[in-house]
Design a binder for this molecule. Structure first.
Ligand code: ADP
Ligand code: MG
Length: 277
């Protein structure tokens, strides 16, 4: 049948043109267009829109695989009531992807363990990724190890350059483990390379004043902090551990409460005085 022949030929042409979404959906669209009498331009538009939407979806999927974000951590399931010092509106504005974080502006999340820094940073990464940003989430120690290997292979510069393709680099637990001179210096190279060009989001358990204890080279630490803090937004999540609080709340509610008790609407609400006894 000539229709079959045309279909096969069209399929090949669409393949050559790298239009896989149109190749897949055109028969259904063409049939609808015939029965509903669409003008040709409308059919063409519908096909083109479909291809673009599919391309965006595939791109986001690819970026998500690369980003290594924490699974299941989103802004929707982050309980902002638990961190009154961080406003949802401010975070949403930063995540609007409208340039506030572009051109090397940084974001720093500080606070004690369990306060939600990793969750919030990954969620911010996801939100920006959905707006087309390329993001990489890394534990600082892992990335430092990789960069040190690269340096031993005399490839530090190209390793740092490869990280340039990420609009946002999330360095989780930046000031967690103490670092030796070699580790500090690769971090310094990375921060200097991104300064005022590419953004960094870092989380840290230690306030800036303590960083000199974590990094052995005080001059380099001061220079790194200086670059990070310049053009940065700092959120201090000075709250108790979220897990600790929710566990305490469950205990106070007595045994046998369903696990669903720990919903974002309930958690983070400070226990009432009578519940604390
Ligand atoms: P940090 O990185 O500050 O040590 P995490 O982000 O790892 O803390 O948080 C510990 C756990 O508590 C994670 O499972 C996280 O999803 C949860 N959590 C912390 N804060 C919140 C919050 N405000 N809303 C929802 N979950 C939270
Ligand atoms: Mg963390």
């Amino acid at each position: 049948m000539s229709h079959d022949f045309d279909a096969t030929c069209l399929s090949l042409l669409l393949n050559d043109l790298r239009l896989p979404a149109i190749r897949q959906i055109w028969p259904g669209f063409a049939e609808r267009s015939d029965t509903e009498g669409w003008p040709a331009a409308r059919l063409l538009m519908a096909l083109a829109e479909h291809e673009i939407a599919e391309r965006d979806r595939r791109r986001i999927e690819r970026h998500l695989r690369e980003a290594r974000l924490l699974p299941g951590k989103t802004l929707e399931n982050f309980d902002f009531d638990a961190v009154p010092m961080v406003s949802r509106a401010h975070v949403s504005a930063l995540c609007a992807g409208d340039g506030r974080l572009r051109n090397g502006a940084n974001l720093i999340l500080m606070g004690p363990p369990g306060g939600g820094k990793s969750h919030l940073s990954s969620a911010i990464g996801l939100s920006l990724l959905e707006k087309g940003w390329k993001v990489l989430f890394a534990r600082t120690t892992d990335l430092v190890q990789r960069l040190q290997v690269a340096r031993r292979e005399l490839a530090l510069e190209s390793a740092i350059n490869r990280l340039d393709r990420f609009d946002l680099l999330i360095l989780d637990d930046f000031a967690y483990a103490s670092k030796d001179q070699a580790e500090t210096s690769v971090l310094f190279e990375l921060i200097s390379a991104r300064y005022e060009r590419r953004s960094v989001l870092l989380t840290a358990n230690q306030p800036f004043g303590e960083w000199t204890k974590v990094f052995p080279d005080p001059a380099m630490t001061v220079a790194a902090v200086d670059r990070l803090v310049h053009h940065s937004t700092i959120f201090e999540l000075n709250v108790e551990s979220y897990r600790g609080r929710t566990a305490l709340q469950r205990k106070q509610q007595g045994p046998g409460r369903p696990a669903s008790f720990a919903t974002p609407n309930n958690v983070g609400v400070p226990p009432r005085a009578e519940e604390q006894q």
